[in-house]
Design a protein around this ligand. Structure first.
Ligand SMILES: [Zn+2]
Length: 273
């Protein structure tokens, strides 16, 4: 009986929900796949022959796949997969180079925010709904901004954007002050000559994005200069307080630059006509 039990425990697999965070080639055919599991936190899985055609688990192991997996979780070292059940693939994201860039950035940020093996259902759900909203065709920039503002807390950053740091006034417009680590109302702008002097709409929306979920976005549409100001403020929070610079974020910034230069060329052509 004891022997049977021993064998059973050796071959017992765990079942867990997961989202594929990253896929890295290992040797010729194998892969190291990082999965954010709901029950065991983020874990590295060794997947043999992943790059061979017709790998049995390929559909459940595409970038950003969300699935129920069956496998072996090791407390230290690499984990292994045996099978999968339901799978949700984000085909729209996978086929779009821009959405891919956003999704990679979300995954990298989630990866950087918590330790491997740290269970965090709230963060798991945030990542999942962000992908679902991209798949549903919502504005990726707004989804990104909500994701980023929600993510700040996992880096221990809580920008106070709701009321003036000097008098508690809740009436906008506000400007952000590093000295007060919060916002100032117009009456107290003079308290910090080095305040950001940012577009007040940026603070207005960042304050909202801090407390809503990507599921609450259906029809927000923002002008491009408002978006630009929001981006500047969020970049400022990450540079100043989080202090990480991800390659995937730099790539998104690059995309914006290309887009802008394309628009300038387009405008010039229109002027010439
Ligand atoms: Zn004030």
């Amino acid at each position: 009986m004891d022997i049977v039990k021993k064998i059973m425990s050796k071959t017992a697999y765990q079942e867990f929900g997961g989202i594929v965070l990253s896929i890295r080639k290992h040797k010729e055919q194998d892969a190291l796949i990082k999965i954010f599991t709901l029950e065991y936190g983020q874990r590295m899985f060794f997947v043999r022959n992943y790059y061979k055609a017709n790998h049995a688990m390929k559909t459940a192991l595409l970038p950003f796949s969300h699935a129920t997996y069956i496998g072996t979780i090791k407390s230290d070292g690499l984990c292994f997969l045996q099978d999968y059940k339901e799978v949700e693939n984000f085909s729209v994201i996978q086929q779009d180079v821009y959405l891919n860039a956003y999704s990679t950035y979300f995954a990298n940020l989630a990866d950087a925010a918590i330790e491997d093996g740290e269970v965090n259902k709230e963060l798991f759900d945030l990542l999942l709904v962000s992908y679902q909203q991209l798949q549903n065709g919502l504005d990726p920039e707004i989804i990104m901004n909500i994701f980023e503002m929600n993510m700040l807390r996992y880096f221990g950053v809580f920008p106070k954007l709701g009321r003036c740091a000097v008098c508690g006034n809740e009436k906008e417009p506000f400007d952000y002050s590093v000295r007060y680590s919060g916002v100032l109302c117009t009456k107290h702008f003079h308290e910090d000559p080095k305040r950001l002097q940012i577009h007040p709409a940026a603070i207005h929306f960042c304050r909202i994005f801090q407390v809503i979920q990507p599921t609450q976005v259906n029809q927000i549409s923002l002008k491009s200069d408002t978006k630009e100001a929001i981006r500047q403020l969020i970049d400022f929070f990450y540079d100043e307080f989080v202090g990480i610079r991800l390659k995937s974020k730099a790539y998104i910034d690059q995309m914006y630059e290309w887009e802008q230069s394309m628009q300038i060329v387009k405008r010039k052509r229109e002027e010439e006509e």
